[in-house]
Design a protein around this ligand. Sequence first.
Ligand SMILES: Cc1cc2nc3c(=O)[nH]c(=O)nc-3n(C[C@H](O)[C@H](O)[C@H](O)COP(=O)(O)O)c2cc1C
Length: 269
Amino acid sequence: MISVDASKCTRCGRCIADCIVQVIHRGKDGIPAVPEQFEKHCMHCQHCLAVCPTGALTCDGHAPENCAPAGPLPGDALMMNLIRQRRSVRTYKQENLPPEVMEKLVESLRWIPTGCNDHRLAFTLVDDIAKMEPFRARMRKITRFLIKSGILRVVYPGSKRFENALLDGKDFVFRNAPHMIVVSTPKDAPCGKFDVSIALTQFDLYAQSLGVGTCWCGFAYYAFTLNRGMRSLLHLPRGYKVGAVMLFGPPAVEYSRATAPEPYTVIRP
Ligand SMILES: Cc1cc2nc3c(=O)[nH]c(=O)nc-3n(C[C@H](O)[C@H](O)[C@H](O)COP(=O)(O)O)c2cc1C
C-alpha cells in the first residue's frame, strides 16, 4: 500500500492520474491515499512511486530513495544496433559466465512486465555448466529412443541427415550451452502466454548488450512440455507450466555484420 510524506507532497495529483486501477484518491488535506475498501484492487505496479516528482510516496514499503533515478537511455541508434545485431548463438565457450554478469542478468528479471502485473513467473536458472549435464544426458537418451524407434523420422522427415551425429552424442538441443533459463507460469496466469515470451525477449536483449550469447530453444520447450522426466529436472512449482527456454553463455562466435532479413507484412488499415 502507499504512504505519503505530507511535507514533500505538492498535491499535484500525478499519482492519482497515473493509477490504472484508480484506487488512489485525495484524503485529508488533499493528500493522496488508498481507501481501505480499494486496497484489494491495487496492482502493485508502483507507477505512483515512479511518477511522484518530489519523492513523497512510498509504495508497498519501497521508498523513492531505494529506486534508481531516471538515467540516460541508449538512444535509438544504439537500440537499433542491438536489435539488428542480436543473433542466435549456437557455439559457446565451455565455461561459466562471470558471477557478476550472472547476477546482473538475474537482477534484470525483476523488471519484466506481465499482464495485470502478475509477479508469479518462475525461472529455472542453470547457472553452472556442470548442472547442464543431467539435461543433456536425459535428452541423449530420449533422442536415441526417438531415432531407434523411427519416431523422429515420422515427426521430422528431414531428420535423417542428422541421425548419425545425434547418435554420436551431438547436442542438437542444448547446443553445448553452459547455461539455460526456463520461464514458467502458473496455469491460471491471465496473460501467461505473452508474459513468458516478453520475459525471455527482454532477457535476450539485455544479455546480448552484456556480450552474452543467447539462443531461444524451441526444441527444449517441446522436450520439457512433452516429457515428464525432462520436466522434473526443472523443479517447477505446483500448478506451473513451462513457458519458454533460452540457452546462454559466453559466445565462441563473432558476427562481422548484421543480417538483411526480409521485411514482415505490415498491414495499415
Ligand atoms: C520461439 C523460437 C524458438 C527457437 N528454437 C530454436 C531451437 O530450438 N534451436 C535453435 O538452434 N534455434 C532456435 N531458434 C532460433 C531461430 O532459428 C532464429 O531466431 C532465426 O533463425 C533467426 O536467426 P537470428 O536469431 O540469429 O536472427 C528459435 C527462435 C525462436 C524465436
